[in-house]
Design a protein around this ligand. Structure first.
Ligand code: OOG
Ligand code: MG
Length: 262
C-alpha cells in the first residue's frame, strides 16, 4: 500500500499531537491495515519535518530492534530506524522529564560518532569503523506514543521508532582501542541490577547496525552525514522507569551514565 499525501500529513499530525500532549493513541495501522514499512517511514519523514520546522536540528539517527532481547520484548524481528534531534538530547547525568512522556523505558546502547559521510548498501564492519570518529556510551529513553507499547513495524517506524530522549556520557573510545563486541553492560534502577548484557547482542557487532542504517538511508537516496551521532540499539531489554527513579548504565571500561527521573 502507498498512503496518499493527505493521509501521511494527517498521521504525522496525529503522532506529533500525541507526543506534545503525552497522550497515547491507538497504533495508526489500525486505521490503515494495508500500511507498509515504507508508508511508516513516509510518516516519520513528515513528522521529522514538523520538528525541524519548529527549530529542532537533526543530530543523527537511531537503529532499534537490533538485539534478540529487544526483538523478543517487542515481537518484531526487523530493525527499525529513526532520527535523533537536538530537542531530544538530555545533558549528561541530567533529569528525565517523565511528565512530558507517556510510559518511558530506558535502554543502554553504544553510540557511534562519524567522521566521514557514508552511503551504500552492505558496507562492511571495517568500512564503518574506518569512517567512525569514536564510540561512546549512551542511554536512550524510548516512549511509544501507542497505547500499551503495542504496535507493528509500520506503526513503530511512523512513530520515529519510539525515540523520545537520549543522553551520552562516560568515556569516548577510539574504535581500535576496544573490542566492540565484548563490552559488558549493567543497567541499575534505584541501585538494583535490572539488566545485564554484552555489546555483541547487537547484531554480533554494533557497527553492523550502522551499516544497516546507512543501507536504509541509501534506499531513500540519502547518506549518513559526517559528524552524525548514531545510536545502535539496546543491548538489553528496555526497562520501564517512573518519576523518582534513578537509573545508571555502566559500560565496561567506558564509564557510566546516570539519569534521574523527575
Ligand atoms: C522500538 C525502538 C527500539 C532499540 O534500541 O531497540 C529501540 C521500541 O522498542 O519501542 O530503540
Ligand atoms: Mg533504542
Amino acid at each position: 500500500m502507498t498512503l496518499a499525501a493527505a493521509d501521511i500529513a494527517l498521521l504525522a499530525d496525529r503522532l506529533c499531537e500525541a507526543q506534545d500532549a503525552a497522550a497515547p493513541i491507538a497504533q495508526i495501522s489500525d486505521d490503515y491495515p494495508g500500511m507498509s514499512a515504507d508508508d511508516g517511514y513516509a510518516v516519520q519523514h513528515a513528522l521529522t519535518q514538523r520538528w525541524t520546522d519548529r527549530g529542532a536540528r537533526i543530530i543523527g539517527y537511531k537503529a532499534g530492534l537490533t538485539s534478540q532481547v529487544k526483538m523478543k520484548q517487542i515481537g518484531i524481528d526487523v530493525p527499525s530506524f529513526g532520527v535523533l534531534t537536538s530537542a531530544m538530547a538530555l545533558p549528561e547525568n541530567g533529569d528525565v522529564p517523565t511528565g512530558e512522556l507517556i510510559h518511558p523505558r530506558v535502554e543502554a546502547e553504544l553510540a557511534f560518532v562519524m567522521k566521514d559521510e557514508l552511503q551504500g548498501t552492505d558496507l562492511s564492519i571495517d568500512a564503518i569503523l574506518a569512517a567512525t570518529d569514536f564510540v561512546i556510551p549512551a542511554i536512550e529513553i524510548i516512549d511509544s506514543r501507542y497505547q500499551n507499547f503495542k504496535f507493528d513495524l509500520a506503526s513503530v517506524v511512523a512513530d520515529n521508532s519510539s525515540g523520545a530522549r537520549y543522553a551520552t556520557g562516560g568515556r569516548p573510545m577510539a574504535v581500535d582501542a576496544v573490542d566492540l563486541r565484548t563490552i559488558g553492560v549493567v543497567v541499575e534502577r534505584n541501585g538494583e541490577i535490572v539488566a545485564v548484557g554484552a555489546s555483541a547482542a547487537v547484531l554480533n557487532h554494533p557497527a553492523r547496525a550502522v551499516s544497516l542504517l546507512v543501507g536504509h538511508l541509501s534506499r531513500y537516496g540519502r547518506s549518513l552525514p559526517a559528524g552524525s551521532y548514531v545510536m545502535t540499539g539496546s543491548i538489553t531489554e528496555a526497562i520501564p522507569v517512573a518519576a523518582g527513579d534513578s537509573v545508571c548504565a555502566r559500560f565496561q571500561n567506558m564509564g557510566s551514565i546516570t539519569l534521574r527521573c523527575v
